[in-house]
Design a protein around this ligand. Structure first.
Ligand SMILES: O=C(O)CCC(=O)C(=O)O
Length: 338
C-alpha cells in the first residue's frame, strides 16, 4: 500500500471510530421510510409505469409496517420456464460462457469464486452453487428481474429511476446466516436498496426456504465497530452481526416467518429487513430461485465491478441495467424469444 492510501485509510479509521454512523442519512431516505409518509396522498398522485396488478395502497402500507411485500401470481409461468432453460444451457455448456460462480464447498478453498468453466461440471448441479449476475448473459433474466409488477412497486418506493445492482441464481437453499443487505450490498446511498426473491419453482419447507423477521427493518442498527456498514476497517464479524439480529429481532417482537411461496409470486424486501436461508432438511429438495438487488440511478451511477468507468446503459421496462464492464461481448448472448 502506498503512503497516501495508508494515510487515507488511517484518517478514515479514526473518523469512523470517533463518529460511527448509527442510522441511514435522513436527507436521502426513501420517502416511505419517513415516519410522516402520507401513503394515501402518494397513491393519489402516483402514475405507475404499467397497469397495476395489485393494490398499491395496501402493499405500501404493508411495506412501511413490515419491511416486505409478497406480490401473488404476478409473474407468467412461461417467463420463469424460459429463464430456467437459460440456466440449464449454462450448466450444460459452462465452457461457452463467462460467468463468475461461487461454490461454497471446502474442496474449492481458497478460491471458491471462479469463472464457471473452472469448476468441474458435475459440481454445478449440486449444493452451495451461486450463479452471480447471470442476467448479463440472459436477456430473459433481464426481462424477469424487471417484470412490470416489480418495477411498479420499486418505482413507487424509490420515486426515482431504478437500477439493477446484482443478481444471484440458486438451485438449492443458501443456508446463509441472518443478515440485512445494506451493510454489504452498498451503493453510494445505502438506504437506496431493495431486493426481489423470485421463486423458480414452488417452495417447500424442507428445501431450506428463506426466512425473515417481520418489521425488522426498524431494528436499531448493528455497529460493526466503525458504523453501520461492513468494510475492511470493521472490527466486528458477520457472525456477530447474525447473532445480534437473531437475539434482538425476537426481543423486539419481530416474528420469524418462513417464505413458502409459489412460482409466479415474488417477495420484495427492504434494505434493512433481517433474513437468511433456512436449514435444508431434505438434501434432495431443490429451491430454485432468482434473487435480484436494485438501487437508484442516484445511488448507483456505475457498475459495481468498476466504480470509476462510465457504464454502458441498457434499459428494460424502464429499469437501467449496466453492461458488464469486462464481459460486454457476452451481454445478452442468450437472447429472449421474440
Ligand atoms: O436466497 C437466500 O437463501 C438468501 C439470499 C439473500 O439472503 C440475499 O441475497 O441477500
Amino acid at each position: 500500500m502506498g503512503l497516501l492510501s495508508e494515510l487515507k485509510k488511517k484518517a478514515l479509521t479514526v473518523k469512523e471510530q470517533m463518529l460511527p454512523s448509527t442510522e441511514f442519512d435522513a436527507a436521502t431516505l426513501p420517502w416511505i421510510d419517513h415516519s410522516e409518509a402520507d401513503i394515501a396522498a402518494f397513491v393519489k398522485n402516483f402514475t405507475p409505469r404499467f397497469p397495476l396488478t395489485f393494490d398499491l395502497d395496501e402493499k405500501l402500507r404493508f411495506w412501511q409496517k413490515n419491511g416486505y411485500v409478497i406480490l401473488e401470481k404476478v409473474i407468467p409461468q412461461e417467463l420463469i420456464n424460459a429463464y430456467w432453460e437459460d440456466v440449464e444451457e449454462l450448466i450444460e455448456h459452462p465452457e461457452k460462457y463467462k460467468l463468475m460462480t461461487r461454490i461454497d464447498l471446502p474442496k474449492f478453498e481458497p478460491v471458491q469464486e471462479r469463472l464457471i468453466k473452472d469448476f468441474p461440471k458435475e459440481d454445478l448441479k449440486g449444493k452451495y452453487v451461486k450463479l452471480n449476475d447471470f442476467h448479463h448473459l440472459s436477456e430473459t433474466g433481464k426481462n424477469l428481474m424487471t417484470h412490470p409488477a416489480i418495477v411498479n412497486f420499486l418505482e413507487a418506493i424509490f420515486q426515482q429511476q431504478v437500477v439493477v445492482m446484482q443478481s444471484l441464481t440458486f438451485m438449492f437453499g443458501s443456508q446463509q446466516p441472518t443478515h440485512q443487505d445494506f451493510p454489504w450490498v452498498t451503493a453510494k446511498i445505502p438506504s437506496h436498496l431493495a431486493a426481489a426473491w423470485i421463486p423458480l419453482e414452488d417452495i417447500t419447507a424442507d428445501s431450506g426456504p428463506l426466512y425473515y423477521y417481520v418489521g425488522s427493518h426498524k431494528l436499531p442498527k448493528f455497529n460493526f465497530g466503525n458504523g453501520i456498514l461492513s468494510n475492511e476497517r470493521s472490527t466486528r464479524t458477520p457472525l456477530e452481526f447474525a447473532d445480534y439480529l437473531d437475539k434482538n429481532c425476537p426481543a423486539h417482537g419481530f416474528e420469524k416467518k418462513t417464505l413458502l411461496i409459489n412460482r409466479g409470486d415474488v417477495l420484495i424486501w427492504h434494505s434493512a429487513l433481517a433474513h437468511g436461508g433456512g436449514l435444508i432438511t431434505n438434501p434432495d429438495s431443490t429451491r430454485k430461485s432468482y434473487v435480484c438487488h436494485y438501487s437508484t440511478k442516484k445511488a448507483l451511477p456505475f457498475h459495481r465491478y468498476n466504480l470509476h468507468a462510465v457504464p454502458k446503459e441498457q434499459e428494460y421496462h424502464g429499469v437501467v441495467i449496466y453492461e458488464h464492464p469486462e464481459f460486454g461481448e457476452q451481454e445478452n448472448i442468450l437472447k429472449a424469444e421474440k
